[in-house]
Design a protein around this ligand. Structure first.
Ligand code: PMP
Length: 355
């Protein structure tokens, strides 16, 4: 920190994103990207004209894309908010809805950005412990009198709460915002998005980064009651009114025309997830049932950090956290069958060496 930085950030610990090695030599199973490229129509849409229009600002309202998403989800464009990745959406939501009088709660093991945003905006937060086996009990969140953020399915565990459980949380906290982060909803989970018709305090966030193969484009969106969306708009227009660039908007519009391509990819990922889990279980690993495009695993013989390093030395990147509660665990993104076979082969080698 230089002597010029505001003292209020002295204790702020920034989020550390997963490694993004630029040489691309690794089998990259560390940041939950799709192993499949965008659909051919997406490349065509970006190349067709948008590049030539980069001298012009994009539509600050993102009308075309909001209307298309609204049509998809049976809502109005005013129920849809666009952000530069769901990270920006989360940032805006923490800024808009949380403060000293409106503190926030989230699970103790969840997406690492939640406490960072709480600290950034100086919002008091409560971390609610998951139950044994990383299970989230909705009863812990009912009538909490706080804003609530829940990743569903959760990261890094992959476990999901049924819609009924989410509804109980939303119903019993009518004076607070319940943000459901559905970054990983399209790999077998059930979205609670239809509930926004019933509850004005529910904010459902999704992303184009995972299922829709557009992590590099940076696009997240929220669906909620118009009141909540208007609040987010106010923050956006006070931060960066052109937050979605032209190329990303064109790519996202075309993405929504290629449903069967993405559904097919999700089916393959779900098959590879089941295959990988089965093979790891045969090797004695503990694995958490996942509805996301990753699995959370624990090796009985080799400690988490050591296994992460041994895999990296063999060209496979996975995610490991140096936090006591989960330091024995690794989060492994589900890639293609070929990638998962390489991962499993390296695991077998490491286990053999460990004796
Ligand atoms: N929420 C969760 C639970 C995530 O794991 C991620 C990805 N790291 C995000 C949100 C952010 O995704 P993006 O900004 O790429 O939309």
């Amino acid at each position: 920190m230089s002597r010029y930085m505001s003292a209020r950030f002295e204790k702020l610990e920034a989020y550390v994103p997963g490694e993004q090695p630029q040489d691309m030599q690794y089998v990259k199973l560390n940041t939950n990207e799709s192993p499949y490229p965008p659909a051919p129509g997406v490349l065509a849409a970006v190349n067709a004209g948008e590049i030539g229009r980069l001298n012009l600002y994009p539509d600050p309202e993102g009308r075309a894309l909001r209307e298309k998403l609204a049509e998809r989800y049976g809502v109005e464009a005013d129920n849809v908010f666009l952000a530069n990745g769901s990270d920006e959406l989360l940032s805006f939501a923490f800024m808009a809805f949380c403060d000293g009088e409106r503190p926030v709660a989230f699970p103790n093991i969840s997406y690492g950005f939640y406490p960072v945003y709480a600290n950034l905006y100086q919002v008091p937060y409560t971390e609610i412990p998951l139950k044994e086996g990383f299970i989230l009990d909705p009863a812990d969140y009912c009538g909490l009198h706080r804003n609530i953020v829940i990743a569903n399915p959760n990261a890094p565990t992959g476990r999901a709460v049924p819609v009924q459980g989410i509804e109980e949380i939303v119903r019993t906290n009518p004076d607070h915002v319940v943000l459901v982060d559905e970054a990983y909803i399209n790999f077998g989970g059930e979205s609670c998005l239809p509930l926004i018709q019933k509850y004005g305090n529910l904010l459902v966030c999704q992303t184009f980064s995972k299922f829709r193969s557009l992590a590099g484009g940076r696009l997240g969106f929220a669906v909620a009651d118009q009141g909540l969306i208007a609040d987010l708009e106010k923050i956006k227009y006070s931060t960066n009114s052109y937050n979605i660039n032209r190329l990303t908007a064109a790519a996202a519009l075309a993405t929504l025309d290629s449903d069967s391509y993405y559904a097919d990819n999700s089916r393959k990922i779900q098959e590879n997830r089941a295959y990988t889990r089965l093979e790891l279980n045969k090797l004695g690993f503990e694995t958490i049932p996942s509805l996301a495009n990753f699995i959370f695993i624990r090796c009985p013989q080799v400690e988490g950090g050591a296994l992460y390093r041994a895999l990296k030395a063999r060209g496979v990147l996975v995610r490991h956290w140096d936090r006591a509660e989960i330091s024995d665990w690794l989060r492994v993104t589900i890639g293609t069958r070929e990638q998962m076979d390489i991962f499993l082969d390296r695991i077998r080698e490491i286990l053999k060496e460990a004796g």
